[in-house]
Design a binder for this molecule. Structure first.
Ligand code: MN
Length: 254
């Protein structure tokens, strides 16, 4: 029996997590360790200066899961470092509310949990649904479960994970699966300055929801805009190999 670890960044009570767990029950022995609260856009964290707590909770189907005070990446680290009796064969993170495309991947807690699996040498998948409203995660969960079967059968190259984004349309409207590269986000963040009740300035990063360049063929944005599922292989090694050669020609004295 294959061991599958499921986590997320929207928290242990999020329906996207539960739907994913249910779909993966058909693929292997699923253990859920997820944050006790939302960690959206918290990035890849390692909690080292406060204790990590884990409590057992019950999911809506009566199964037991673990809720942790840590970040999404901590949840995976806990599992890998010995909280679980056996190492997972696969880590699946999600299903996130909101696509994780383009530059999102550096902010994303969903990706961070999957990257933590990759760092530990475990094949990992990050999965997100392209909507910011109440989502229906059932089709997305079933698709990710099929992909999980495939990853368990074939494995992944070392230091590579799969970033999956699923359009939020009825199943019959899904136009296909595209293997993509990262596209470009258009953030519309604005710095909002206000005064607190004591008269001191505070700042809030607000603004409109981000959009993206949907015209760049072959990107994750392009696929989602065409109602296609996007699967992007991501490397942990972020070295820019083409610029590395140019950089060697710079004269930088020690
Ligand atoms: Mn999230």
């Amino acid at each position: 029996m294959r061991n599958i670890l499921v986590s997320n960044d929207d928290g242990i009570n999020f329906p996207g997590l539960f739907r994913l767990k249910q779909a993966l029950d058909a693929v292997g022995k699923v253990t859920v360790i997820a944050p006790d609260r939302e960690h959206t856009r918290s990035g890849h964290a390692k909690t080292m200066h406060k204790p990590l707590r884990i409590v057992q909770v019950e999911l809506p189907d009566g199964s037991l899961a673990y809720s942790s005070s840590g970040a999404p990446s901590d949840c995976v680290a806990l599992a890998v470092l010995g909280f679980l009796p056996e190492l997972p064969d696969l880590v699946v993170s999600g299903i996130n509310l909101g696509a994780n495309v383009g530059q999102d991947i550096t902010y994303s807690g969903t990706l961070a949990a999957a990257f933590e699996g990759t760092v530990s040498g475990i094949p990992s998948i990050a999965a997100s649904l392209d909507t910011y409203e109440d989502g229906d995660f059932s089709y997305a969960a079933r698709f990710v479960a099929r992909l999980a079967e495939e990853v368990l059968a074939r494995g992944l190259p070392a230091n590579v994970l799969l970033n999956v984004n699923i359009p939020h349309v009825p199943e019959g409207k899904i136009a296909g699966v595209e293997i993509t590269r990262l596209g470009r986000r258009l953030y519309r963040d604005q710095l909002i300055k206000r005064k607190d009740p004591r008269g001191r300035d505070y700042y809030w990063i607000g603004g409109e929801w981000p959009t993206g360049h949907t015209g760049d063929e072959g990107t994750d944005f392009w696929a989602l805009a065409r109602n296609c599922i996007s699967i992007t292989p991501l490397r942990l090694d972020m070295t820019d190999h083409s610029f590395l050669k140019d950089l060697r020609n710079w004269v930088i004295s020690p």
